[in-house]
Design a protein. Sequence first.
Length: 522
Amino acid sequence: MGCCPLRGDAVLLVQDLSVPACDQELTATARPTPTPSSPASRTQLALRATRRGAAWCLQHPTGARSSPVEVSLPELRATGSRSMVKLSDSVVAHAQLVLLKRVWADSDRRRLILRLLFGGAAGALTLALLHETFKGMCRTPWEAVHLVARLVTVVLSTFVSFVARGCKPKFQNWTLRFDVLRAAIRECARGACGERMVIDVKHARVIRSQSAAFGTVLGWFACRQHGRRLEPVHANGLEHVWLRCAAPRTPSTKRFVVLYVHGGGFAVMSPRLYITFAATLAVSIEKELCQRLGADDPVQVDIFLGNYRKAPEHCFPTPPEDTVAAYKHLLHTEGIPPGQIILAGDSAGGGLVMSTLLRMRDSSSAHLPLAAILISPAVDLSEVETHGDSETASANCLLSPEMIAAGRLGYHTTACDPTTWADASSVHCDLRGLPPVFVQAASLDYIYQHAVRLAQKAESDGVTNWELDVHEDMPHVFSIFPSYVLPYAQVGVERVASFAAKHFAKACDASYEAGALNSRAA
């Protein structure tokens, strides 16, 4: 219902807005407008309104003697304007419906419309999915499309090179699957995409959540395969993950723990991404321990995947503080003796493990862990060349120079000032008084020299219980890749497991000797 003033002594009350498009008529009523000389009349006259250009002509439908009354559009009140707009919209909608029916009646046009609709919807959905998938590296959908185009080019180039070599891998212990995956990761880490992942908060958070989801899915299969169970733990305001043996533990079972600190340029990744690797490592350590101790001594190795606050929101010294807190959680809350714990970490996680060792040594050497394992550790904040001795080394790594430089400044905002490094650059620290450390390095790693210089520094400090394990023609953190992608990764895992089992076995022997001495004294 709407109303508008008429020229004269009537008010138009619109009652029906469903008007045929042909004659544009509506049913209305008119009531005389009260004047000082004429009181208001309750009589309403039925009128017919017909559109005439920009005006409405009102007539008695019975052909009464009053002449048509014109209502000009500029004279309409707000309510009347809305009524007239509704009338106009209904007319346009009716015309569009008639046109659509005519087009839809033609089968060829109908198929064309459907193809356009579904094609456009599929294109929009694909674009949205690409942006959602790569928004940890790309700011816009078009950047995601460009990145996908680059990835396709890199993958095709890798296949062509593989065929050109006579279907042989790039290096002896590589596979085509690994070469394709490495090339794709390397392409994502190049240029602005690699920088954003570690210095832009929004993009870093996306990568963390995506890695957690991806790792949870893959980890579920790994846990079923290796007889493990996941147990999330919240401590120090962070979610950590226990990876425990699914078999029940008896009173005679010897339990050992590996606190594993994940890598990711101090900015990205999640503990859950390492579930598959941790399950493989735990099984390998248990197998090696059983060979050393004998089948009569049941053992269980649990992995505690520690978490830490990350850059760029939380720079040094927050990440190592969180790693120390995770270690103390195992000591004081879980009640695990330090002689049954080995600290381990890869890349940035290896650097945090070194910071933890140095801090625990300086605070209380009695609480130092049994040993430590570093896989391709990031332990040097200096700007000296970090790649190997040839361009081949840096060109075949997973990391890019842009990501390394951005991660360095993101983690330590004053990295250009050596006086502020402290234990963030452990290669420049005093390494005496630490437990045995196993350093695994790869010759094609962009930060290969980090591991080499760390081992050299330990040797110059007079440390003799460290081990350097170098693997030729392998890239950064090769051991964490699944064996179905890189079979040689199992070699790296077994080297790590052998070191851990050796020191766990020594801890068992020490406990046996202590028990024997106590029994003799009694």
